[in-house]
Design a protein around this ligand. Structure first.
Ligand code: ADP
Ligand code: ASP
Ligand code: MG
Length: 413
């Protein structure tokens, strides 16, 4: 069972969570619980780091931001104990949850489970703070924003759980964010592949990595709401299934599964870059070395003879570091001006039906054009089309596209 930030926001909410855990224990299950920090807490801690040092050391950032989950894991264990349910917390470094690569976006390699399984078998609920792990050198690490989902799936895989229930503040995965489109429809099932793509383009209901891991390890994931009336059982949520299961269920496949948006990218433009082999590599290699993920890229040829403008997006959190790196590389890259803009959003439509249907992108461009929304960049994959637009138009764009692809529910929720 995993509980997100809103589910853990305050002792009253934690009591509701503890009651859901107790239900499972009383049903005869051995339970491991993964918890997030209280809603807003991680943002607050990140802000402290920025104030302390805008170009913060990510190892120390991890020390600060991992603390939110330490608090909630202890509080949930205490609340369970108060309800007569044996429980204890297991911090990332205590299990340990081993991680590698970069601080602030570390990757889990292994979870030691002997002590954990022994405790669970003895009837004790294991409460594990999400989002955190331990690097090879023993330092605290975190898994990137939204990382508790990944912690939960990794724990589920490690203890060979029957299921990984991800409790959140909505009752499942919808055709788009139900908070901005009231006519969004809840999906009973979604395939790993579709969920992976939706998450990767911004549907933050699940962290992308958690879906990839669930797919790889065959973990059965359900997304459901922790907001239940006292004493009530939770309602069935959305089950993530394989392609084969969808075939067996004989579900009718939709052309488009869903629409997502992402306001966490920033646009960078380098003007008058020399148009010769290797020029683009001198831009992107140092960013890759700094573990900065570049997303959309466009190169406009034919500006002046032998010159080109290069536009791309990076995570907003990495903008300051990206600009610093590019400024440092001005001579070797040989650009004229370095421009950047944060007021952009990426809107994407996702659906496996695209593999066999033409015209999905055209519908998108027409629907946006009809509302006067300008497209600044485009990228596509086999099952998705993304466009970069002005941030102020995000909600409008998502609503317009939801209608254009026939996804609107019959009646507004
Ligand atoms: P938690 O704190 O439980 O991890 P998150 O805020 O990370 O919760 O994720 C849940 C939120 O994801 C919902 O409140 C909703 O606004 C948002 N969301 C975005 N896209 C979708 C979608 N397609 N289906 C459901 N929720 C979505
Ligand atoms: N608390 C962390 C965050 O806000 C991890 C999580 O909630 O999944 O990103
Ligand atoms: Mg989340």
């Amino acid at each position: 069972m995993k509980f997100g930030g809103t589910s853990m926001a305050g002792t009253e909410r934690i009591r509701t969570v503890a009651a859901l855990v107790k239900r499972e224990v009383e049903a005869g299950n051995e339970v491991a619980v993964v918890v997030s920090a209280m809603a807003g807490e991680t943002d607050r801690l990140v802000q402290f780091c920025r104030e302390a040092n805008p170009l913060y050391d990510e190892a120390e950032y991890d020390v600060v931001v991992a603390s939110g989950e330490q608090v909630t894991s202890g509080l949930l264990a205490l609340t369970l104990q108060a309800m007569g349910v044996p429980a204890r917390s297991w911090l990332g470094w205590q299990l340990p949850i081993r991680t590698i690569e970069t601080h602030a976006k570390a990757r889990i390699t292994e979870i030691e489970t002997d002590a954990l399984i022994a405790a669970m078998k003895s009837g004790q609920v294991a409460v594990i703070p999400g989002f955190q792990g331990m690097m090879e050198d023993g330092r605290v690490s975190t898994l990137g924003r939204g990382g508790s989902d990944t912690s939960a799936v990794a724990v589920a895989a490690a203890v060979k759980a029957d299921r990984c229930d991800i409790y959140t503040d909505v009752d499942g995965v919808y055709t788009t964010d139900p908070r901005i489109v009231s006519r969004a429809r809840k999906l009973d099932y979604v395939t790993y592949e579709e969920m992976l793509e939706l998450a990767s383009v911004g549907a933050k209901v699940l962290q992308t990595r958690s879906v990839g891991l669930a797919m790889k390890m065959g973990v059965r994931v359900q997304v459901l709401s922790s907001f239940v009336e006292p004493g009530q059982a939770p309602k069935a949520g959305t089950l993530i299934v394989s392609d084969e299961e969808i075939e067996e269920l004989k579900m009718e496949r939709q052309l488009i599964t869903g629409i997502a948006y992402d306001k966490n990218e920033a646009k960078i433009i380098l003007t008058r870059v020399p148009d010769r082999p290797g020029a683009v590599a001198t831009i992107f290699k140092p960013l890759a070395d700094a573990a900065i993920n570049v997303d959309m890229i466009i190169q406009n040829v034919g500006r002046e003879k032998g010159e080109t403008d290069v536009t791309f997006t990076v995570p907003r959190a990495d903008l300051a570091r990206s600009l610093e790196i590019l400024e440092g590389g001005k001579d070797s890259i040989g650009y004229n001006r370095l421009l950047h803009e944060s007021g952009v959003a990426k809107v994407s439509v996702v659906g496996v039906g695209m593999k066999s249907h033409a015209g999905v992108a055209a519908t998108m461009f027409e629907a946006l054009a009809a509302r006067g929304i300008n497209i600044q960049a485009i990228s596509t994959s086999e099952i998705k089309v993304s466009v970069l637009i002005e941030e102020d138009y995000t909600e409008l764009a998502v609503r317009v596209l939801h209608t254009a692809y026939g996804l609107d529910a019959e009646e507004a929720a």
